[in-house]
Design a protein around this ligand. Structure first.
Ligand code: HEC
Length: 721
């Protein structure tokens, strides 16, 4: 009897009390649910997800900072991110707290008003994983949901942290860690699932997007973007789509059957709540060269595509392929923006998805069906004559390169890369951080022989001069251009363009104050009139400023924020050869407000002496062997032509070049493996290592002479002015 009374008491009083307290429990930190995320555009004081809202327009309704007062913008605070590697993170701001990431997937919680540190979470990545990262050990940010912070870790983990303390709640390995997978992208949370993709297609992996339950990390569904190697089902939600669509576009032979095929989902993921779809961008083929990848020469779906799936189940809805049979690393992972454009009958609103992918064409698609509405080139390009009525590129035959190099624009770094694009819905303009970085493409006749790093099926020395002279260096430099383009997606034409002096510019923020904010890798952070492109304000942030800026408000005051740092794909593997190298610079969060009076501390510059450390040695044959081996094995980290941008050591000035034994201890023996300089003894012999040293030493001597020549030229120019 007593027992029954006790149970009745439990049921009647205690249980409802517990339930009630659960329901009413308001979290102090990151108390974010679907309602808040869906309403994000109407609550611009916060920045709740990577692109600001589910539509990822990166447009804020805040207008306290506007065209008439932006000239008074000053630094409110800075915070040191303690890394000299690349920083690409967009900070989230929730309930007064900023959650931001740095290189090596380290997460920081800061007081968003003062920059004061609340906690730091370091996932403790083994630095040897850096060898798997095609494009630096960057991270683009976190997601928030019901008191938890989610981060994708560079080694393939997805982790949930307590938003208040930064303590680890759950951790899942989302990839086969024996393969060269990495994660650099920001997770998104949709309907209680954390969505995360991965990268690695330069080295050879099979791409997919996964949904994990936000509360406990259970895998809910996984969508593979390319077929299983034997075209059998995976037991995954993508099985039907691959059987009915994807598999038919792949042959049965080629490197894809062993290398994974690529198609990684490494950046854009948006939620179209109107159609209840998740729309994501899919990356390039692995290897890049389609002839080597798939002897069947098919379109290779869903490479380089925009794919829509049901937001709850992950079941395929539609796809649009930007680059059929990708052959050039033309990813379609770039920013996807959802918007209503007046493209319906009599100017009625039509819901669209927009993207400016690497291939240089701006696409407007029907968000409901994926139908192609319109497309046009936003940079000069020489790989296609244009698009046909279905949006399929009309390829130029030369673009399907042979062993003879073809200089193509865009190159593999793309006409637009990860730097976020923005859209101002009031003006109907998209703001593209566009770039012209042509590349030489040629078939790699020795594919498969050297396998530790990039494995693209293209000749990685195509077009590169074995001997360096100033005229060639300057000619190469002159081919690189960056610009900010205000693009009218309704007419597919540019409204205005700002030309930059460096190709690799920064992500964009649009605000209702009529401003577009954009940084640049050289360190300038600027505000432009959103309607005209007139520059209204700028500030040197003393480090690379390529990340997507954000904005928020606290106590009635608007802030503009950006993460800075020096690194990323361009600095490591790309344009460094043609730029002035800079020393390592520590990344920061730099936050501005009207009349802010704080300073940005000067970077601590430690430049190694730029002189050869030993005499030249080796005959031409040895140097040519070294030139080839260097570009296949070392270029992606130490820079083309052995000229580093400063993120990783410039080998030309390294003391180890003077000592063959010390050189081999590092290069073959892995003496610095714990710092990310992995051993190459599985792909290189002692003779190979010595050939690379001979080439690097030659570059040191030529480089020192070239710098003297360039300095003299600049002095003459200055005297003439
Ligand atoms: C995946 C990136 C990566 C690749 C590829 C790579 N390195 Fe490195 N390397 C590093 C990193 C990171 C360091 C800095 C290690 C440290 O700080 O201790 C480094 C340092 C070095 C150093 C020491 C330089 C000094 O004076 O401090 C040498 C020598 C070197 N690398 C040679 C090579 C050679 C030769 C190759 C090609 C066979 C190569 N590396 C390929 C990442 C790479």
């Amino acid at each position: 009897m007593l027992y029954k009374k006790f149970v009745a008491f439990l049921l009647a009083v205690v249980v409802p009390l517990i339930l009630l307290s659960c329901e009413n429990k308001t979290l102090k930190f990151a108390d974010v649910d679907s309602a808040r995320l869906l309403n994000a555009a109407a609550t611009p004081a916060e920045w709740l997800s990577y692109g600001g809202t589910y539509d990822e327009q990166r447009h804020s309704a805040l207008d306290q900072i506007n065209i008439s007062n932006v000239s008074q913008l000053g630094v409110a605070w800075t915070y040191d991110l303690a890394t000299a590697r690349g920083v690409e993170s967009t900070p989230l701001v929730v309930d007064g707290v900023m959650y931001v990431t740095s290189a090596w997937s380290i997460v920081y919680a800061l007081d968003a008003k003062t920059g004061q540190e609340l906690w730091v979470y370091d996932p403790g990545v083994d630095k040897a994983v850096g060898a798997k990262a095609c494009c630096d050990v960057v991270n683009r940010g976190v997601a928030v949901w019901k008191g938890m912070i989610y981060v994708g870790v560079i080694d393939g983990r997805l982790e949930a942290l307590d938003a208040e303390t930064g303590t680890l709640i759950w951790s899942k390995v989302t990839v086969d860690q024996s393969k060269p997978y990495t994660i650099t992208g920001a997770p998104r949370v949709v309907k209680g699932n954390v969505l995360i993709g991965n990268g690695g297609a330069e080295l050879g992996v099979r791409g997919y997007l996964s949904a994990y339950a936000a509360d406990n990390g259970d895998l809910v569904w996984r969508f593979y973007t390319v077929p299983n190697p034997n075209k059998q089902p995976d037991g995954a939600v993508s099985d039907d789509a691959l059987r009915e669509v994807g598999n038919l576009t792949w042959g049965d032979e080629g490197a894809w059957t062993t290398d994974g095929g690529g198609g990684t989902v490494w950046d854009s993921i948006v939620y179209d709540n109107v159609n209840d779809n998740i729309i994501f961008g899919v990356g390039n083929g692995s290897p890049w060269n389609r002839d080597i990848r798939d002897t069947g020469k098919g379109d290779n779906l869903f490479l380089s595509s925009i794919v829509a799936v049901d937001a709850t189940t992950g079941i395929y809805k539609w796809h649009f392929q930007t680059t059929p049979g990708d052959n050039w690393d033309y990813t379609a992972t770039q920013t996807i923006i959802l918007a209503d454009l007046p493209l319906g009958e009599d100017g009625a609103a039509r819901r669209v998805a927009m993207q400016a992918p690497k291939n240089g064409f701006f696409y407007v698609l029907d968000a409901t069906s994926g139908d192609f509405i319109s497309g046009n080139a936003f940079v000069p390009q020489n790989w296609a004559e244009g698009l046909d009525e279905n949006g399929r590129p009309i390829e130029k035959p030369e673009a399907r390169y042979s062993a003879t190099p073809y200089m193509q624009n865009p190159g593999a770094l793309g006409a637009h890369n990860w730097q976020p694009m923005a859209f101002n819905p009031d003006l109907g303009l998209a703001y593209i951080p566009a770039q012209e970085i042509p590349d030489f493409y040629a078939k790699d006749e020795n594919f498969g022989e050297r396998l530790q790093n990039w494995n693209t099926g293209t000749n990685l020395v195509a077009g590169l001069p074995i001997n360096l002279d100033l005229a060639t260096a300057m000619a190469l430099r002159a081919t690189l251009k960056g610009r900010l383009i205000a693009w009218d997606p309704s007419t597919q034409t540019p409204r205005w363009t700002v030309e930059h002096s460096n190709a690799w510019n920064g992500g964009v923020l649009s605000t209702a104050g009529g401003i577009v904010f954009q940084g640049r890798l050289e360190g300038e952070f600027a505000a432009y009139n959103a309607a005209t492109g007139e520059k209204l304000w700028s500030r040197d942030v003393k480090s690379g400023a390529a990340s997507g800026p954000g904005t928020y408000a606290i106590d009635g005051e608007q802030y503009i924020t950006i993460t800075t740092g020096w690194g990323s794909a361009y600095a490591l593997a790309g344009g460094s050869a043609y730029d002035q190298p800079v020393p390592p610079i520590v990344g920061k969060v730099v936050t501005f407000k009207l009349n802010g009076k704080a300073d940005i501390p000067d970077p601590q510059l430690v430049l190694p002496p730029r002189n050869p450390k030993t005499a030249q040695f080796g005959d031409n044959a040895l140097i040519e062997t070294g030139f080839n081996l260097y570009h296949y094995n070392c270029r992606v980290c130490h820079g083309p032509l052995a000229i580093s941008s400063g993120v990783l050591p410039d080998l030309r000035w390294s003391e180890t070049t003077a000592d063959a034994v010390a050189w081999q201890t590092i290069v073959l023996g892995g003496a610095l493996a714990g710092n990310g300089m992995v051993a190459f003894d599985n792909v290189l012999s002692e003779d190979d290592a010595e050939a690379i040293r001979a080439y690097v030493v030659k570059q040191a001597h030529e480089g020192a002479a070239l710098e003297a020549e360039a300095a003299a030229l600049m002095a003459t120019d200055a005297a003439a002015m």
